[in-house]
Write a protein of this length. Sequence first.
Length: 266
Amino acid sequence: MHPDMENERPVGRFFAPLAILSALPDEQRGLVDQLTHPRQQMRAGRSFWCGELAGVPVVLATSGIGKVAASITTLVLIEALGVGRVVFTGVAGGVGPGVAVGDVVVGTAFVQHDMDCSPLFPRYEIPLSGRSLLPADAALSASLLQACHASELSGHRDSAPELSTSAVQVHSGLIASGDRFVSKSGEAAALLAALAQAGHYPLAVEMECAAVAQVCGDYQIPFAAVRTISDRADAQAHGDFQAFVTQVASVYTQRIIGQLLPLLQK
């Protein structure tokens, strides 16, 4: 959708814009500068950039932190801007075995680790939905996973000396979301133990994706997410977060999105 046609909702979702969403502006740093025919809109106190990347109509947006903020932003993207697919990119804490700082995780499904309406409903189940896990769109996630593998992410580790010298690993699996910044080893262990009792084994923990997945699911909008691991959800999680986002995660995002866009045109 050309930005001048923003009030005309596209008929087919694959002709509608792709939303590229992050919690913080620096997580998608540089993408706005690459837009062709950029146009900024303000809605619900948020900035939305419409235009094209590599010939693909896109809307770039930042959700803010937390599930409520992410839900509002997703609703605006769908209802007001007519996006047909949503991709979330940003950072997360690694909690799965072998998930190291500097790796990336593509979500196959999402769970709200702080959802608890027991005993009325099973813990983690979204009330009245009958489900705890919110699946990612299979086709969009497959393209995102392919883009991650093609992005040559390991070459960027030199800018972050704290990272392992080993190659970047691309993981796929469950991502847990909640309105808590998990930054203590004991807290992370308790969270994982409780999830495991319900049969859920996340690879990463963050604060937005399950909410976005729920909104997209209700609207039948394909959703996929990739998270760069900035920490291990422990006492080091508050470290030089800003430097990691600007020097590593935002570069990962540019490379992954650059590989993803051609795949979406096939």
